[in-house]
Design a protein around this ligand. Structure first.
Ligand SMILES: [Zn+2]
Length: 298
């Protein structure tokens, strides 16, 4: 057994995960809004509630990452966590060691161990939601590095080959211009649709219209798939993952699983694409499952 927590901006979800990947228990509480102390208290209370009589290891997935060696959080959209020693504070309160990892990394770890990419030797995961997170797993282990940013390709610049698909430069929340995230996040799709058809719709609404054969929405989804494929080819040409698993709200758009491989064939440095582009096996639970998987089965 292991405990996994997904510490999000609005909710904290905690699970007790069996060896084999079954969720034995699940608890969900609201995240105290913008209050670091209360957030640490809630996290520790939830862990204590889940702990069986013989304590099991604990992992936490959260937006952002730990800056080493100081151990302070950065890049979290739950901004009260930034510059705070989250891991140290939780460990002090609990009295034992825990592990913390970026939520996109937890997502792909869960999919690579128990989910869509369980049969793959290597898997890249992309969360296409409000923003765009990424992570890479090789031989069931996360690839991490000294900057704590492995997989954060969403803040690379969009390829010049798809620059013409946007009407004007897009400023990313990170301060850079034309980050991949500005086109392939849900907000990016909304903006592309607005630029072309002067209509403001959520990504899910555009997807629904496209399924009902609305030609404007179908064009926007097609443009989006091309932007995503041309952005992903950097990953494919560099580390050649066996599988790419899409997650987040935008991953519900079924057309992507035909269109992205098609557009990848246009730009990959090969005659054919053998990379599998897969929908996720787990929904909301992937973050907590992946956080538990930061520890091996015991
Ligand atoms: Zn950016």
């Amino acid at each position: 057994m292991r405990i996994g927590l997904d510490l999000g901006g609005t909710k904290i979800e905690g699970i007790l995960l069996s060896n084999g990947g079954a969720i034995e228990q699940k608890v969900r509480v609201e995240t105290p809004s913008d209050n670091y102390r209360k957030t640490v208290d809630s996290v520790c209370r939830l862990i204590k509630n889940l702990q069986p009589p013989t304590p099991v290891p604990v992992g936490i997935g959260t937006p952002g990452s730990l800056v080493l060696p100081e151990g302070l959080m950065k890049n979290s959209n739950s901004v009260c966590l930034n510059h705070k020693p989250l891991q140290r504070d939780v460990e002090t309160k609990l009295g034992y060691e825990i592990r913390i990892e970026n939520d996109a990394n937890c997502f792909i770890l869960s999919e690579a161990i128990y989910g869509a990419a369980a049969a793959a030797q290597s898997a890249f995961g992309v969360i296409l939601g409000t923003g765009c997170g990424g992570g890479f797993v090789f031989n069931k282990r996360l690839v991490t590095g000294p900057n704590g940013i492995a997989g954060e390709w969403g803040h690379n610049c969009i390829p010049v080959s798809v620059r013409d698909l946007i009407k004007q430069d897009r400023i990313c929340h990170c301060g850079r211009t034309n980050c991949i995230e500005t086109v392939i996040s849900g907000r990016g799709l909304t903006q592309t649709h607005f630029e072309n058809f002067n209509q403001t719709l959520e990504a899910s609404e555009i997807a629904q219209l496209a399924e009902n054969n609305n030609s404007d929405a179908m064009k926007s989804i097609d443009t989006y798939a091309k932007q995503l494929a041309y952005s992903l080819v950097t990953i494919v040409n560099m580390v050649d993952p066996h599988s790419i698993v899409l997650g987040g709200g935008v991953s519900n758009i079924k057309a992507l699983y035909e269109l992205v491989p098609k557009y990848l064939t246009h730009v990959i440095f090969n005659d054919a694409v053998h990379t599998k582009i897969l929908p996720p096996a787990f929904g909301d639970a992937s973050g907590a499952i992946g956080a538990a998987c930061l520890w091996p089965e015991n």
